[in-house]
Design a protein around this ligand. Structure first.
Ligand code: C2E
Ligand code: MG
Ligand code: MG
Length: 414
């Protein structure tokens, strides 16, 4: 409950006196009784600059004369304002969303982007989130540690990289189709380290071939165990663009498949353009040879700046994974829905298998199902987990699955 926490120190910025009064009153109802108000962003900025720790919450309008909300937010970002930010605007939804993304890109803690008139419930939610964050213990310093190439090299050599697996299931039947392999570093001191903290380091230090080799071998061995247990699952492995500059790569993949005793059709390589293609001709050559060897190729994070139409034009992909930023919430956001459905339709017309990443809610699952998306992956189905946990997940999923099939179930119609 908000009232159980110490009240936040708040600053409200809006050029309209009426709006300032309104927000101050709404905040007071939420237990924040001494809100400082400013009718222009320059004054507000001066207040924050004088003492950046003075405010834990800033509620800021976007449309203001002289310095507008976007500029104000940029200055907050430059001074690394550590508190919570709530954007409030009468502008259309797209402008508000863009301003929100901008604020996040500046590293600010955005707790809400609300339309005028602000509903008390929405403001309460934003204040609750701000107040939770303000009282949360600070993240341990190791959370910020940047690993060196030597440390990552040691981790690869020392077998500290472990694959977690996230299930992919058929939307029409709910049947499990395969898993995506997602690497983690079981660090002796720092615990489980996520891939975004070491993949880039590996790429920059010439270690990505060794990393991908380790992940691939582990994933295929695991797939072999599943096969022996009567589960012929497909395994997806993420590859970096840097893997696709070495002409030996298709041969290494074929060798790994042979060692595991699996057909190439069991493997899907997921490609995202995280870095510019250094040698587009070599990359195309390598990808085409992988397809000739019957390995599947998936364009990952489709729709983001990294995975684009030109890649789709040039590379013989046979699967398209729509990025989760177009999937999560598409059922209630008309713009997202338009982009999602257009991507699915395009992929379907190109004869590609479609996968939706980041399915977190039943309503999005149903939307995807209604539009013929083939496969789904996301927290609604199952989070990434180690191979032991995956076994338990399978049993649970078999219980949930009947209610999620394409035909409406009797229980749902009641
Ligand atoms: P990706 O390949 O797009 O993988 C999906 C990411 O989304 C995973 O993050 C997964 O945990 C997360 N995710 C899955 N479902 C949901 C959902 O419903 N909601 C939300 N919010 N997130 C979801 P993770 O494991 O942190 O991996 C991040 C990225 O790191 C991967 O993105 C992939 O690009 C890269 N990566 C992971 N393993 C490897 C690897 O072995 N090699 C390379 N080169 N990259 C890898
Ligand atoms: Mg992936
Ligand atoms: Mg992805």
């Amino acid at each position: 409950m908000i009232t159980e926490r110490p009240a936040l120190r708040a600053l409200a910025v809006d050029d309209e006196a009426f709006q300032l009064k309104l927000i101050t009153r709404q905040l007071a109802k939420l237990g924040i009784t001494d809100t400082v108000t400013c009718d222009n962003a320059a004054d507000a900025l001066a207040q924050v600059q004088a003492d950046p720790a003075r405010f834990e919450l800033i509620c800021c309008d976007l449309q203001m004369p002289h310095m507008d909300g976007v500029e104000f937010v940029r200055h907050l970002g430059e001074m690394h304002f550590p508190g919570a930010l709530v954007l409030i605007s009468g502008e259309d939804e797209r402008i508000l969303r863009t301003a929100e993304r901008l604020a996040r890109a500046h590293g600010l803690q955005v707790r809400g982007a609300l339309h005028k008139p602000v509903s008390p419930e929405q403001l309460a939610q934003a204040v609750h989130a701000a107040s939770k964050a303000a009282t949360a213990p600070p993240k341990p310093a190791c959370g910020q540690r940047i690993y060196t190439g030597d440390e990552v090299a040691e981790a690869i050599k020392g077998g500290q990289l472990v694959n977690w697996y996230q299930p992919t299931v058929e939307l029409s039947t709910g049947r499990m189709r395969g898993v995506e392999s997602l690497v983690r570093w079981q660090h002796p001191q720092d615990g489980l380290v996520m891939p975004d903290r070491f993949i880039g380091v590996a790429e920059h230090n010439g270690l990505i071939d060794a990393l991908t080799g380790a992940v691939l071998t582990q994933a295929l061995q695991q797939a072999r165990h599943w096969q022996d247990a009567g589960l012929p699952l497909q395994v997806s492995v993420n590859v970096s663009m840097d893997n696709l500059t070495d002409h030996a790569f298709p041969g290494l993949v074929a060798d790994a498949l042979e060692r595991a005793g699996l057909p190439a059709s069991r493997l899907i390589l997921e490609v995202t353009e995280t870095r510019l293609m250094r040698d587009p001709v070599a990359t195309l050559d390598i990808l085409t040879r992988l397809r000739l060897k019957r390995v599947s190729l998936s364009i990952d994070d489709f729709g983001t700046g990294h995975s684009s139409l030109s890649q789709l034009r040039d590379v013989p992909f046979d699967e398209l994974k729509v990025d989760r930023s177009f999937v999560d919430g598409a059922s209630h956001n008309p713009e997202l829905r338009t982009l999602l459905l257009a991507s699915l339709e395009m992929a379907q017309q190109l004869g590609l298998r479609t996968v939706a990443e980041g399915v977190e809610h039943l309503a999005d699952w149903r939307l995807l199902q209604a539009h013929g998306c083939d496969l789904a992956q996301g927290y609604f189905i199952g989070r990434p987990m180690n191979s032991t946990a995956l076994k338990e997940w399978m049993a649970d999923w078999e219980q949930r699955r009947p209610g999620l099939r394409a035909e409406p179930q009797v229980a749902e119609l009641r």
